[in-house]
Design a protein around this ligand. Structure first.
Ligand code: ADP
Ligand code: ZN
Length: 511
């Protein structure tokens, strides 16, 4: 057998494997099934490409993104690997099929929808298959953040051909991993997890308070290229304009832009050494720009996995980089409403849990990196020395009593008012609206002093983040499942002490 190091050098021109690559490659060459969980940039493609060349027959790569397949084929071919894809975009079907059957292909990329058809199964019968690589394997799990039902139908194909399976993903928490192993029929000893720590990235998480100035300050403090992820297309345009307003080259990127403009902006960004791209999350996949110096999130990402992946686009060159997350209670309120109205019922529990994990992350007064790494199943040190909470340990305060008062106020005012109104009632503001609603006579009227009132917004924000309070689209607050344990004194609540002067405190924290 050819030495794998020799192949590594001959095919890819690399002198050594990185991290777990060698393990994964060796297992696959030995015919064993593997699930490799490796962060973005760890070099997943090599893990199946090298065996694909070393083993006889064609490796079938299941990949969910047809748009990226073309790139994958191109870059494999650039390394002299005989690669092709079968998609609606390939115009050389007959050729590809012939090559596959006559053993002239090392790698065949195919989408799960196609892989699970009878026709594809019959095609494979006439070919020799070296291995199955299942890319973005988290798509097989309902616990994953990107469930694709077609992935569930792959199993019969895998079982039928019996070639070694190599599932790969950058993002899978413990539960998703267990699910992938089970769904794809890979034994527990087949799980290989690479280190997730991106030690050169410094994490900061702060409440959103006057976002335009927060972003401008950030852009001024960092000269290098940056990406600002925005929740909406319109916001990408606004942010780009605001940054141009302070003289910083900046452009927008979202799916609604014309293709030429979008591509032009992307190319300008890749070339630039100081441009800031204001983009939706559509931006970044498949882009190779190692010197991104900061990533900012203008609103909370979809999940911790998504956050890790998106921030992971900073500092691929290993030089110091920063990740800034600007969050607001309304991010959580909106996400929760989306779960209850747009997500299929059987997936809601998983989505809620993901959102709660994110809530705990933004609220935390402890090391951010440790939280991230624990989320990915690692056992990191308590502190990292390179995140906001480690560099500037926040003073914490026990706000259990304030939280109980806020929850009681929501309850006593029929759970339909926003945080501003609750603050009026709690503070004993005897105004017309309060009077008209009869809340001046309720048991929660005036039970907070001026000092405690300052906590209403940060505590309400934290209550929303942990799903103790839910906000409707008008800001009206009602109980979520997290309310009871706090009211019943079964849970305490500790938050990072808010700064003395609450910046932008006139803005509605829950809106
Ligand atoms: P992933 O799919 O895990 O995000 P890629 O497969 O795209 O990562 O690889 C990321 C980069 O690392 C690529 O530029 C690749 O050429 C490079 N790379 C992968 N393995 C090695 C290695 N052993 N030595 C040096 N560079 C590597
Ligand atoms: Zn830390």
């Amino acid at each position: 057998m050819t030495d794998t190091h020799q192949l590594l050098h001959d095919i890819f021109g690399f002198s050594s494997f990185r991290g777990v690559q060698e393990d994964v490659v060796e297992r696959t060459l030995a015919g064993e099934n593997t699930l490799a969980v490796m962060p973005t940039g760890a070099g997943k493609s090599l893990c199946y490409q090298l065996p694909a060349v070393a083993l006889e027959g064609a490796a079938i790569v299941i990949s969910p993104l047809i748009a990226l397949m073309q790139d994958q084929v191109r870059s494999a071919r650039a390394n002299g690997i005989r690669a092709a894809s079968l998609t609606s975009m390939s115009d050389d079907w007959r050729q590809v099929q012939d090559d596959l059957m006559s053993g002239k292909l090392d790698l065949l990329y195919v989408a799960p929808e196609r892989a699970t058809t009878d026709g594809f199964g019959r095609l494979l019968e006439q070919a020799r298959i070296s291995l199955f690589a299942i890319d973005e394997a988290h798509c097989v799990s309902e616990w994953g953040h990107d469930f694709r039902p077609d992935y569930r139908l792959l199993r019969p194909l895998l079982d039928h051909f019996g070639a070694p399976r190599l599932a790969l993903t950058a993002t899978a928490d413990r539960r998703t991993r267990a699910d992938i192993l089970q769904q794809l029929g890979i034994g527990e000893d087949g799980l290989i997890v690479a280190g997730f720590d991106r030690s050169n990235i410094r994490y900061h998480v702060v409440p959103r308070e006057g976002l335009p100035s927060q972003l401008k300050r950030l852009a001024k403090a960092h000269e290098g290229p940056g990406i600002v992820y925005c929740p909406s297309r319109a916001q990408t345009e606004r942010v780009a304009e605001q940054l141009r307003g302070i003289g910083r080259p900046s452009a927008a990127y979202h799916a609604g832009l014309e293709k030429e403009i979008r591509q032009g902006n992307q190319e300008a960004f890749v070339r630039s050494e100081y441009m800031v791209m204001a983009a939706t999350v559509a931006f970044g996949m498949g882009i190779d720009k190692p010197d991104v110096r900061f990533i900012a999130h203008a609103g909370v990402p979809k999940s911790i996995e998504a956050y890790y992946q998106e921030t992971g686009r900073a500092g691929r060159d290993g030089e110091p980089a920063e990740a800034w997350l600007f969050w607001g209670a309304d991010d959580f309120a909106r996400a929760r409403r989306r779960i209850e109205t747009e997500v299929e019922p059987e997936r809601r529990a998983g989505e809620r849990e993901r959102l709660n994990a994110l809530g705990a992350f933004v609220e935390a007064a402890t090391c951010r990196r440790a939280i991230l790494l624990r989320h990915f199943g690692e056992d990191p040190p308590e502190t990292c020395g390179n995140c906001d909470n480690c560099l500037n340990p926040p003073e914490t305060i026990d706000v259990t009593v304030a939280a109980q008062k806020i929850l009681s106020a929501a309850f006593r005012t029929e759970m339909r008012f926003g945080v501003a109104y609750l603050a009026q009632v709690l503070g004993g503001d005897d105004n017309e609206k309060v009077r008209m609603n009869g809340h001046h006579a309720s048991s929660v009227f005036g039970i907070m002093d001026a000092e405690e009132l300052k906590l209403v917004r940060p505590v309400a924000r934290a209550l929303i983040a942990r799903d103790a309070l839910r906000s409707d689209e008008y800001g009206g607050l009602s109980f979520g499942p997290g309310a009871k344990p706090i009211l019943k004194d079964e849970e305490t609540m500790v938050i990072a002490k808010p700064p003395k002067k609450l910046r932008g405190s006139r803005r509605k924290a829950a809106q």
